[in-house]
Write a protein that binds this ligand. Structure first.
Ligand code: NAD
Ligand code: MG
Length: 392
C-alpha cells in the first residue's frame, strides 16, 4: 500500500486545479488535497473545501479573507483560512504537503513555485510563465532543494515520459506539437476582427482564458519552446514545432540514432497530472485509452509565423537571453488581458509584444530582482502602448 501523499493545489479553482482535484479524488488512499489556494473567487474555493476538506485554504486577494473564514466556519469545516500571496507561498513550502501542483496562471505564480522548488517538493509544474520568466533560477532552486519537477504541460509531460534521464545526452532534437488553435489556416486579414469569444473557443483543449488566447496567437507554443529549453537543457535551434490539429501526439523526442519516440493520448490534462502524482508508477486518471481507428488520421504541418508572429518573437527572446523572455512574458500578459477586455484587437497582441521587446533591449539577468524589475518595466511599457492603441 503506497503512503498517503499530501498535495497543495495552487490555482485550485482553475482548469488545471479542477483536473488535479479530479485525479486526487480517485485515489483516496494515496492522495489527499491538504492545501487549496486560489486568486479571488471565494465561493468557488469554499465549494472545493466542502468537497475535499483540506487542512488549509488560502485566497490571494486579502479582501476575500473574512468571507473565506466565515464560510469555512459556517460549513463546519476544520480548514484553516489564510489570505495573501505570502501566505500561499509559505503554504507551498511548508510541512502541510509533500507535493505541490503549481497551477496559478501567469507570473503571479512565480514566488509560490520557487518556494516549492526550494523546499524540495514533488513539483507538478503547470505554471509555465514562471519557467519563462526565471527558468535558470527555478531549475537551480529545484536542484539545490532536491525537488522533483514533473512538467504539467501536455508537450513537456510527453517528453518527460519519453526521455529517460540517462538518455538526455543522446538527444538530437525535440519536437513540440501544436494544435494550431482556433484560427489555424487564417491569414492576417481574417485575424484582424476575431473576438475574445472566438479566441478562447479552443478546438481540442478546455483551458483557462489566458492560455486559450495564447494558443490562438501561438504565443503558447513560444512560451513552451522556452519552457522546454529550461526543462531539458536544449538550445532553441534543437527545439522544433509541428502543427498537429488532432492533438493526439503530444510531442516527440528524436535521438542521435534516428529513433523518434512520441507519447500519444486523448487531449485531457488528467493524464499528465496522473503521471505527476504517480511517477515512476502509473495511476488511474479517468481518461480513456486512445482508439486510433476511430480517429483515423494524424496530420502534421509547419507553423505559420507570418500570421502568428508570437512564435517567432519567443524564439528571438530565447536567443537574446537575459531579461528578454521576462519582457516577452510580461508584455504578453498585458496584451492578452487588454484583448480579453475588448480594448485591443487580436493582431495588436504580437504588435505590443514586439514593440515592448524593441523598447526594452535584453539585459543580463543575474538575479531574481533583475528579472522582477524587467517584468515590471515591460508591464508599464506594454500598458502605455496598449492605452495608445485604445485612444486611437
Ligand atoms: P485558469 O485561469 O483556469 O486558472 C488559474 C488559477 O489561478 C485560478 O485558480 C485562479 O484563482 C488562480 N490565480 C490567478 N491569479 C492568482 C493569483 N494572483 N494568486 C493566486 N492564484 C491566482 O488557468 P489554467 O488554464 O488552469 O492554467 C493555469 C496554468 O497552467 C497556466 O500557467 C497555464 O499556462 C498552465 N497550463 C494550463 C493547461 C490547461 O490545460 N489548462 C495546460 C498546460 C499548461
Ligand atoms: Mg501545452
Amino acid at each position: 500500500m503506497p503512503s498517503l501523499q499530501s498535495v497543495t493545489v495552487l490555482g485550485a479553482t482553475g482548469s488545471i486545479g479542477t483536473s488535479a482535484l479530479d485525479v486526487i479524488a480517485r485515489h483516496p488512499g494515496r492522495l489527499r488535497a491538504s492545501v487549496l489556494a486560489a486568486g479571488r473567487n471565494v465561493d468557488a474555493l469554499l465549494a472545493l473545501c466542502r468537497a475535499h476538506r483540506p487542512d488549509h485554504a488560502a485566497i490571494a486577494d486579502p479582501d476575500g479573507y473574512p468571507a473565506l473564514r466565515d464560510g469555512l466556519a459556517a460549513a463546519g469545516l476544520p480548514t484553516q483560512a489564510h489570505a495573501g500571496m505570502d501566505a500561499i507561498t509559505d503554504l507551498a513550502a511548508g510541512d502541510a504537503c509533500q507535493t505541490v501542483v503549481a497551477a496559478i496562471v501567469g507570473a503571479a505564480g512565480l514566488d509560490s513555485t520557487l518556494a516549492a522548488a526550494r523546499a524540495g517538493k514533488r513539483l507538478l509544474l503547470a505554471n509555465k510563465e514562471s519557467l519563462v520568466l526565471a527558468g535558470e533560477l527555478l531549475m537551480a532552486a529545484a536542484r539545490d532543494g532536491g525537488a522533483c519537477i514533473v512538467p504539467i504541460d501536455s508537450e513537456h509531460n510527453a517528453i518527460f515520459q519519453c526521455l529517460p534521464a540517462e538518455a538526455t545526452a543522446d538527444l538530437r532534437r525535440i519536437v513540440l506539437t501544436a494544435s494550431g488553435g482556433p484560427f489555424r489556416g487564417h491569414d492576417r486579414t481574417q485575424l484582424a476582427d476575431v473576438t475574445p469569444a472566438q479566441a478562447i473557443a479552443h478546438p481540442k483543449w478546455s483551458m483557462g482564458p489566458k492560455i486559450s488566447v495564447d494558443s490562438a496567437t501561438l504565443m503558447n507554443k513560444g512560451l513552451e519552446v522556452i519552457e522546454a529549453h529550461h526543462l531539458f537543457g536544449l538550445p532553441g535551434e534543437r527545439i522544433d514545432v509541428l502543427v498537429h490539429p488532432q492533438s493526439l501526439v503530444h510531442s516527440l523526442v528524436e535521438f542521435i540514432d534516428g529513433s523518434t519516440l512520441a507519447q500519444l493520448g486523448l487531449p485531457d490534462m488528467r493524464t499528465a497530472l496522473a503521471v505527476g502524482f504517480g511517477w515512476p508508477r502509473r495511476i488511474e486518471s479517468g481518461v480513456a485509452g486512445l482508439d486510433l481507428l476511430a480517429h483515423g488520421r494524424l496530420d502534421f504541418e509547419p507553423p505559420d509565423t507570418v500570421a502568428f508572429p508570437c512564435l517567432r518573437l519567443a524564439y528571438a527572446a530565447l536567443e537574446a537571453g537575459g531579461t528578454a523572455p521576462a519582457t516577452l512574458n510580461a508584455a504578453n500578459e498585458v496584451a492578452v488581458s487588454s484583448f480579453l477586455q475588448g480594448r485591443i484587437g487580436f493582431l495588436s497582441i504580437p504588435a505590443l509584444v514586439e514593440q515592448t521587446l524593441a523598447a526594452l533591449p535584453a539585459a543580463p539577468a543575474a538575479s531574481l530582482d533583475a528579472l522582477r524589475d524587467a517584468d515590471i518595466r515591460a508591464r508599464e511599457c506594454a500598458t502605455q502602448l496598449s492605452s495608445r492603441i485604445t485612444a486611437t
